[in-house]
Design a binder for this molecule. Sequence first.
Ligand SMILES: Cc1cc2nc3c(=O)[nH]c(=O)nc-3n(C[C@H](O)[C@H](O)[C@H](O)COP(=O)(O)OP(=O)(O)OC[C@H]3O[C@@H](n4cnc5c(N)ncnc54)[C@H](O)[C@@H]3O)c2cc1C
Length: 346
Amino acid sequence: MERGRRAGVPLGSEAQVSSRNAGRAVIQALQRDLASRLGEQRLQVDAPLAPLTTFRVGGPADLLVEPTSGDELTVILERAGALGVPVTMLGGGSNVLVADGGVRGLVVRPRGGRAVEMAPGQVRADAALTINGLVRWTIGHGLAGLEAWAGTPGTVGGGVYGNAHWGGHLISERIHSVWLWSAAASVVEIPASDMAFGYDASRLQTSGEVLIAARFVLDTGGDPETLRATARASLAYRKRTQPLDTPSAGCIFQNPLPEVAMPQGIPRSAGALVDRAGLKGARIGGAVVSPTHGNFIVNTGGATASDILALVSRCRAAVRAQFGVELLDEIVLLGDHDRTAIENYG
Ligand SMILES: Cc1cc2nc3c(=O)[nH]c(=O)nc-3n(C[C@H](O)[C@H](O)[C@H](O)COP(=O)(O)OP(=O)(O)OC[C@H]3O[C@@H](n4cnc5c(N)ncnc54)[C@H](O)[C@@H]3O)c2cc1C
């Protein structure tokens, strides 16, 4: 069974960079190409990715670029596709575990982003915009529907990719349509009904398309003060229940779906299962199952991706052995993870 969400966005074929040297040559060609369009200073070679993730873990990207507009983003994707360089998208880095060996090819990390009200209650938000930025913008414009999402880390791009959830709601419930880039069609707007949205799921996870922007549908006529009070309540709840002072990637596992048989007396929650398996506080290297929240693994300092993978495996095995429930990953694994860790994974 596929337990991990392994890939970013494999736009280029891995086979096209079959050897490290051949890979270096095409990456250098892409670097020159993009430098001539964007400027040399916009490209970072062997760029450390750990500081760009909330886990603060992982090795470098061969090449990193941070587009600041949709036009730049599409040019970059087109040039990488033309040269056959694999592309991995990175948003806020708040739902990923980057391999200790880093990520081969090009990592694209859109920055900035803005929201625009296209029609009453219809807001186009760029992929790069943070969820918190979007929440603040909608509250300020008296638009209701996203205020409870205050405090969700990451960007619109990552939120749509994983169909972020909060308080029993999926972010897709407020999405009317999205603009997607693909090598075949460039940018097209497609309805949310074609996005295969589900719990922790969207078609971006299998299609290799890139989210450029999303059109949200919100309720007009909201009172900003009331909306702000809801946002504050969400933030306070997060502070009480999540270990926000230590690096993590939020929840490691998906909660079991309604069709999964649960042991009596345990809520349908991955954190509760890990807790009842006695693993809160369990440690491997610098990785620890948070004593505050059983579904969070925290980096207490110096954790490697391999430490974290080993601890994930330990939690999964214990929950399987004690409760017969198979926990699936919510985090996405990016890059070339240690072979032994992957073989033992699960
Ligand atoms: C403290 C904490 C609390 C959290 N609470 C929640 C919560 O309440 N609910 C929840 O659902 N999640 C939560 N998370 C997880 C995380 O915040 C969300 O999953 C968020 O939506 C990820 O967005 P991101 O921009 O950080 O994505 P990243 O982690 O950067 O990337 C995630 C995936 O999206 C892909 N991706 C990113 N941008 C694009 C794009 N433009 N096009 C295509 N693919 C793209 C990446 O390749 C990767 O596969 C939490 C995380 C932390 C650290």
